[in-house]
Design a binder for this molecule. Structure first.
Ligand code: BGC
Length: 245
């Protein structure tokens, strides 16, 4: 069965039909630039453009880079503040004329990794962290998601952790891999102190370059592995969530 997945990110809005048996894109994904400002109305137009490009009709799952409860977007750390307390499920559903399911982007990536990627068959406490513009988190116990954990906003050195250890910060401050790895290490220690997970899955675009920083991380007891679905995890997880409605 195919279901459509859309991943709303700070720079791009990507979508494709997903083959839910294989946990992979059924067709090459389409990407449009995220409009600026990324207001609810302009993002809804961009999502509609991606979905209609495929002539899709059927269920659609959509990720959002903030807290989402019952389809309502509650926070907007890295997107337009106009998203706060918007019934995104209704807004996006009305705009594209289909039934949609909206969930947090890291939660979506986590769901996909637990089923089809690095977390397959893993029991106990597993934490997926996505490093990008911000830091997203998905917490699982025996494969079951605890949604909206927002561990990117833990305090580290008196700041939001994502303002210290995201890949955006690495780029903005032109940090070397070893320098950035030390920051990620501090962050993982902190998360480990709180949750003692068995496994950390490192997601986000930087998971492709895991060999440049994961081997440099010391003193973390949990196993640390890169995500396997890479940039498609959000799209796949969004589609999976749309079937669970
Ligand atoms: C948001 C999270 C999101 C993460 C990654 C954070 O700033 O608060 O909800 O998962 O960025 O996009």
């Amino acid at each position: 069965m195919n279901v459509f997945g859309v991943d709303i990110g700070g720079s791009g809005i990507k979508g494709a039909p997903v083959d839910l048996e294989r946990g992979d894109l059924a067709e090459e994904r389409r990407k449009v630039l995220t409009p600026h400002p990324a207001t609810p109305a302009s993002v809804a137009d961009a999502v509609a453009e991606v979905v209609s490009d495929f002539g899709w009709s059927g269920p659609v799952g959509i990720t959002f880079p903030g807290v989402v409860t019952d389809g309502v977007t509650r926070t907007a750390a890295n997107v337009d503040k106009g998203w706060i307390d918007v019934d995104a499920q209704k807004l996006l559903g009305d705009r594209i004329g289909m039934e949609v399911t909206v969930l947090n982007d890291a939660d979506a990536a986590g769901i996909a990794e637990m089923q089809f990627g690095a977390g397959r068959g893993r029991k106990g406490t597993v934490i997926l962290l996505t490093f990008g513009t911000g830091i997203g988190s998905a917490l699982f116990l025996d494969g079951r998601l605890v949604p909206n954990t927002e561990l990117g906003h833990l305090e580290l050195h008196g700041h939001d952790a994502e303002k210290h250890a995201s890949t955006k910060v690495k780029e903005d401050e032109d940090l070397s891999w070893p320098h950035w790895a030390r920051r990620v290490q501090k962050y993982l220690h902190h998360v480990e102190m709180l949750f003692s997970p068995e496994l950390f899955i490192i997601g986000g675009g930087v998971s492709r370059k895991a060999d440049k920083f994961v081997p440099l991380i010391e003193g973390v007891r949990a196993e640390i592995v890169p995500a396997e679905l890479r940039n498609n995890a959000g799209i796949v997880g969004a589609a999976m969530a749309a079937t669970e409605r």
